[in-house]
Design a protein around this ligand. Structure first.
Ligand code: ARG
Length: 722
């Protein structure tokens, strides 16, 4: 592209204003550098940079945090009330459920603060401060203290993180954790000071027939009718500082909470989302995309498919098992379906062809720049990927099997016990024994059913052998040599006769522990073989990551420079579970020839989808009554209908679940919970025409809390505008 053309494009951009399309999980701390605020204001934002992110002050950013291990949540009252998705709260709801108190089925509404349920292990994290430390890393490279390759290594970054923390004002403060992370594959580095609250209580959750309406069938799909929300609350000590659960803790008085708008939205309205997208891979080469399809998605689909088929049947047959496995099923199924959709969308949306074009453009750019590193980097990556493909495939097979089959034997701990016995070290022996006791209960936990797990193993272990071929772990020799290839018999024995199969076997072993008994134990041999195999593969994978680190850094720098030069546009770094902002519009789309999808759904659609025969599409009586009476209160649309879900062009991915969808004034209009089927290639390539974020309308959420849950007390805490 010649200079004139570049200038023309730049000119066109100035006139069209929002030509910066909707792609981009932008860094708040780079807003100024990347001129994002101007672009956002052109797109309709009615706020200033400081309203979004204000180091040293309070801004919208301070009302958003990390919920649990992988979701986003936002603060919706001055008393630490958190809104997130139902599927994000699902594990907690499941943990509190039993056949007697089935909150999964019936929902949960705490009538008073005293009824709010503690959730041990659940955390909420606020980002307190973000510091650019790129200069420090680069100085150390330039001064020769480290090589570029070492600078990309976890060990170096972790030591630097500790060093910076030690010298910061945060040292010794309660509840502070830190992270130092590379962005753009190491072309930038930021240090995060994070405040972690660990007394989080469950406040409200709709029945699954509302919060998970449409189930797996509708997952990753639009049009959608799911009220995917749940409500929690942060508790702190009297000073508002994080501390572990205590009856004396009080609701956290939050610095910032979101104002809620009942005003709704129309097609084309500005919408933005702040949250924590987990991972994207927008800078891959074609070879890497192909590897992802064949070595990650394909074996993942196959192994999860086998496990889910077993779980579906046993869960349908028993309420106890249904509750035990609900959360495990949902999380496995979620990325099983995602992997299927992603591989399909990569083909349908011609992502490989787009990658070819990108590599052609890049070759030209490299020549124009006369940059030798750029000229060779794609080839370099390709040749390593060739080497990595087989191992990546085996890694996925191994890890998916390892996650599917929960029964294991702590072989290292058993080794430790035998060593202690042989050395006559009584203390160590007793210590190991006590640890075995704890680990036994961790494996046979309240959500584990030995019989169900055995059935899963029968489905998954033969499949793993088939997929891995001659590279399978060596416990398969036992099946071949000692069981003549009879998997059923082998697995029956593994689950019945191993030391860790049941308490009796463990007790028997502990009476006369010996190396001989260990070496005969099927569970011990199986677990040791599985983990040795994974350790070997992961060593290779770590080495490969190291080899690819510098080429990736080079390629991503080059791609960003190319976008700046050819399109006059900044690039956003790949998602890495740090706080991001995406802006765009409420927008309908056309998924295929002759089909148009509107931008919102209503309660009418819930009734249309109702199917009393299908557990995924049951509508609870109370909702039907409210619908019949049109008892929608202040939450209805001007035409009297009840809005349910809507779509925007925002750029989100897993991790964003639960994120606030904000209007041009920064008011809460919805809660993001999914992406659409047609654009599941979006983590690799953002498609402006197709990619949509699916959110639940805040008016539907409040209607359910108020009219169905009867939790007026929560509505009263919120700041609501019309
Ligand atoms: N696909 C959604 C996400 O990853 C999760 C939806 C959960 N619902 C379900 N039916 N599994 O954010």
């Amino acid at each position: 592209m010649n200079k004139l053309k570049v200038r023309l494009i730049a000119l066109a951009l100035m006139f069209t204003g929002a030509a910066q399309a909707d792609e981009g999980m932008w860094l708040l701390q780079m807003m100024e550098e990347q001129n994002s605020i101007e672009l956002m204001q052109k797109a309709g934002l009615e706020l200033n940079a400081n309203d979004l992110y204000n180091p040293g002050g309070v801004a919208l950013k301070d009302a958003v945090g990390i919920f649990g291990g992988g979701c986003t949540g936002e603060i919706i009252s001055g008393q630490g009330l958190i809104l997130t998705n139902h599927h994000c709260g699902y594990e907690s709801i499941q943990q509190h459920s039993s056949v007697e108190h089935d909150y999964l089925t019936d929902g949960f509404w705490a009538e008073t603060m005293e009824d709010e349920l503690p959730c041990p292990g659940l955390e909420f994290r606020f980002i307190d401060k973000i510091v650019d430390v790129t200069g420090i890393v680069n100085d150390r490279i330039q001064s020769g203290q480290i090589t570029e390759s070492e600078s990309l290594d976890y060990v170096f970054l972790d030591n630097l993180r500790k060093e910076l923390y030690e010298n910061s004002e945060y040292k010794g403060k309660p509840g502070i954790v830190t992270e130092l992370l590379p962005f753009y594959a190491g072309n930038k580095y930021y240090m995060f000071y994070i405040k972690v609250y660990e007394d989080i209580r469950m406040v409200a959750a709709p029945p699954s027939s509302i919060g998970k309406f449409g189930g797996e069938t509708d997952n990753w799909m639009w049009p959608r009718h799911t009220c995917d929300f749940s409500v929690f609350r942060i508790y702190a000590n009297a000073d508002g500082e994080p501390c572990e659960y205590s009856e004396d803790n009080v609701p956290l008085k939050t610095d910032k909470h979101l104002t809620i708008s009942l005003g709704g939205y129309e097609e084309g309205d500005y919408a933005m989302i702040m949250g924590f997208p987990g991972s994207t891979s927008r800078y891959l080469t074609r070879s890497e995309v192909e590897m992802m399809m064949s070595s990650e998605n394909e074996p993942r689909i196959a192994i999860r498919d086998a496990r889910l088929n077993v779980l579906r049947d046993v869960m349908a047959a028993s309420d106890k098992v249904r509750i035990q496995y609900a959360s495990k099923f949902a999380s496995s199924s979620n990325y099983w379906k995602n992997a299927i959709g992603m591989n399909k969308a990569i083909i349908d949306n011609k992502v490989l062809e787009q990658k070819d074009q990108q590599e052609k453009d890049f070759a030209r750019f490299a020549n124009e720049q006369g940059n030798d590193a750029y000229k060779t980097v794609v080839n370099e990556i390709d040749s390593h990927i060739k080497e990595a493909t087989e191992m990546t495939y085996l890694w996925t097979c191994g890890i998916e099997t390892f996650m599917a089959v929960e029964f294991r034997t702590p072989s290292q701990l058993l080794d430790e016990l035998i060593r202690a016995k042989e050395a006559g070290d009584e203390d160590q022996f007793e210590g190991a024994k006590a640890k075995l006791d704890v680990v036994y209960d961790q494996i046979h936990n309240k959500d584990y059913d030995h019989g169900v797990d055995k059935q899963v193993a029968k489905a998954v272990l033969p499949l793993y052998a088939k997929l891995a071929g001659s590279s399978k772990p060596d416990f398969y020799d036992i099946v071949e040599n000692e069981y003549k290839g009879d998997y059923d018999k082998f697995i029956d024995d593994l689950y019945a006769r191993s030391i860790f199969s049941n308490r009796d076997n463990l007790a028997k072993f502990l009476k006369k522990p010996s190396e001989k008994a260990l070496n005969k134990d099927l569970g011990y041999r199986f677990s040791k073989s599985m983990s040795n195999n994974l350790i070997n593969i992961s060593a290779f994978m770590a080495k490969m990551e190291e080899t690819l680190a510098v080429p990736h850094k080079t390629y991503i720098r080059g791609l960003c420079e190319m976008k700046q030069a050819y399109e006059n546009l900044p690039s956003a770094p790949d998602a890495n579970f740090t706080i991001r902002l995406t802006y765009g519009n409420v927008k309908s789309y056309d998924p295929m020839d002759a089909v148009h999808y509107g931008y919102y759904t209503t309660l009418d659609g819930v009734m249309e989808k109702e199917d009393p025969e299908n557990p995924e599409f049951v509508v609870p009586d109370k909702l039907k009554e409210l619908y019949a009476a049109k008892d929608f209160g202040q939450y209805a649309m001007p035409d009297g209908r009840m809005p349910v879900a809507f779509i925007t062009t925002n750029d989100i991915t897993g991790g964003n679940s639960g994120s606030p969808i904000l209007d041009s004034k920064g008011r809460l209009i919805g809660c993001a919970f999914d992406g659409n089927w047609e654009s599941l290639s979006g983590d690799i390539h953002f498609d402006n025409d197709l990619q949509r974020c699916i959110g639940v309308d805040i008016r539907y959420v409040l209607f359910i809390i108020d009219k169905l849950g009867g939790c007026q007390r929560l509505i009263d805490e919120m700041t609501i505008e019309n």
